[in-house]
Design a protein around this ligand. Structure first.
Ligand code: GUN
Ligand code: FE
Length: 455
């Protein structure tokens, strides 16, 4: 691949190189990269690297390559109600809209109809790795894993563990026992391992990962939490995802039931570790932040949802200052968009709200501090890519286009826009772009989506 490249480096810095060359192996790994390669040097460099006959994809004027987006928190089983429920808050919204929607996935044929469209929708948004919550159903969640695998998206997929009613809910959308919840979890993990790694996949870098998914503390009985602890402890490489401190009423209910901080509940059951993804984290106290840093767990910032459900504004700048790993999540259908571009925009707005509230406009800008500052573009880019990879504990494989990583990438096309400066193009894409500007989506070197892709 030869053309302009945007590549995240740190929370405050990214590369913008107009003439980059990225060599990708037949199995989709980045073999080497070279920068400032002019047209006259191209064939020389290919000869130098021993591949004079390499097939070259030449990007056009107005296009650039960047790593694909990593959505660290979303609900595949809620896509059918995306964009509805405006005005409701978390617990009422779960009971009135979400649980009835997810109940429909008890029908495997319904899942077979819906899930391939869900995966295509996220791929079209440029999401190359997606952390999906399914419903509580084993069969339907198997269908989701099969769909993501066959459509070529990288994904962490979880069957929800939930054997307890949330406050105010009396529906039958819960599992019949903790034992069945765990039995189905093992069966789901087995299904994923039967799919991925497939024969052409690297066992150390598969496309689909199972992820342990206790929905949130309130939907798990003490018995289920204990059994989940056992599963987690006996599978140290198994990822874990859950929700934490999203809404004040929810936090209060957790305190009432468990008598401790929210993060402490998960820690007590061995569910806070380097490969745990904590959705939302709007209301963490200082002790919880310290605990999360100590355990190296990551936070999925879901600003679209946090605004839409009136949950609150997560102090992401403060978390970054304290060394918390942070990625972004769309949280469909709490969030009304499956596009990580919208998550980046709303992360910017959330940081701006906190800056306006807490930072007098004449205060001097503090270097190396994010708290109460509008997040820079470099930070938004990082959160949507490398930050997400860290939160998934997959930063050695994905998140940037560096040597040794998977070629999980986008070709962004802004040729209709009158901009030529590469950094300006990135800003234009983040704040004013959409799916129409994503001409190619590659996962592990394979074209899986984008406007140039005909399925
Ligand atoms: N907390 C428990 N379940 C959910 C869910 O489906 N969405 C959101 N946003 N929060 C939750
Ligand atoms: Fe969620």
């Amino acid at each position: 691949y030869w053309g302009s490249l945007i590549n995240p480096k740190t929370l405050t810095c990214y590369d913008a190189c107009p003439n980059s060359l990225i060599a990708v192996s037949s199995v989709g790994n980045i073999l080497w990269t070279a920068h400032d390669v002019g047209p006259s040097q191209l064939s020389h460099i290919l000869v130098q690297h021993g591949c004079p006959d390499a097939h070259i994809v030449r990007l056009n004027e107005g296009q650039f390559l960047m790593p694909g987006f990593i959505d660290t928190h979303t609900h595949a089983a809620q896509v059918p109600i995306v964009g509805t429920g405006y005005g409701l808050e978390l617990l009422k919204w779960l009971n009135e809209l979400v649980f009835p929607c997810e109940t429909k996935f008890k029908d495997k044929e319904y899942a077979e109809e819906v899930y391939p469209l869900v995966v295509k929708r996220f791929i079209a948004s440029g999401t190359t790795t997606c952390c999906y919550y399914g419903s509580l159903h084993l069969e339907a969640t198997n269908v989701l894993a099969t769909a993501a695998h066959s459509l070529g998206q990288r994904a962490l997929i979880g069957k929800c563990n939930m054997d307890k009613h949330t406050p105010g809910d009396e529906s039958d959308y819960i599992e019949c026992s903790a034992a069945v919840s765990i039995e189905h979890t093992h069966a789901f993990i087995h299904h994923v391992h039967s799919l991925s790694p497939g024969p052409s996949e690297d066992p150390k870098n598969p496309l689909i990962y199972p992820i342990l998914t206790p929905r949130f503390a309130l939907s798990c009985s003490d018995d289920l939490l204990k059994r989940l602890q056992h599963v987690a402890t006996s599978h140290p490489h198994l990822h874990i995802q859950t929700h934490i401190s999203e809404n004040p009423k929810e936090v209060e209910e957790v305190k009432k039931r468990f008598g401790c901080d929210y993060a402490e509940v998960y820690n007590k059951y061995g569910l806070l570790r380097h490969n745990t993804i904590l959705g939302h984290a709007v209301y963490l106290n200082d002790k919880e932040i310290d605990l999360i840093v100590e355990k190296k767990a990551g936070v999925s910032h879901c600003p679209i949802s946090n605004f839409n459900l009136k949950s609150g504004v997560a102090p992401i700048g403060k978390y970054l200052d304290r060394g918390v790993k942070v990625g972004l999540g769309t949280d469909v259908s709490g969030g009304f968009s499956s596009s990580m571009l919208d998550a980046m925009r709303d992360a910017s707005i959330a940081s701006t709200v906190l800056a306006l509230q807490n930072n007098p406009s004449d205060a001097p800008e503090q270097e190396n501090k994010f708290a109460n500052q509008q997040l820079p573009i470099a930070t938004l880019l990082y959160l949507a890519t490398l930050g997400g990879a860290e939160v998934c504990a997959l930063e050695h494989h994905i998140g940037s286009l560096d040597r040794g990583k998977s070629f999980d990438a986008l070709i962004v096309d802004l040729h209709h826009e009158a901009v030529s400066d590469l950094k300006e193009m990135l800003g234009r894409f983040i704040f004013a772009g959409d799916n129409r500007n994503i001409s190619a989506v590659y996962v592990q070197g394979k074209l899986v989506g984008g406007t140039s892709h005909c399925a």
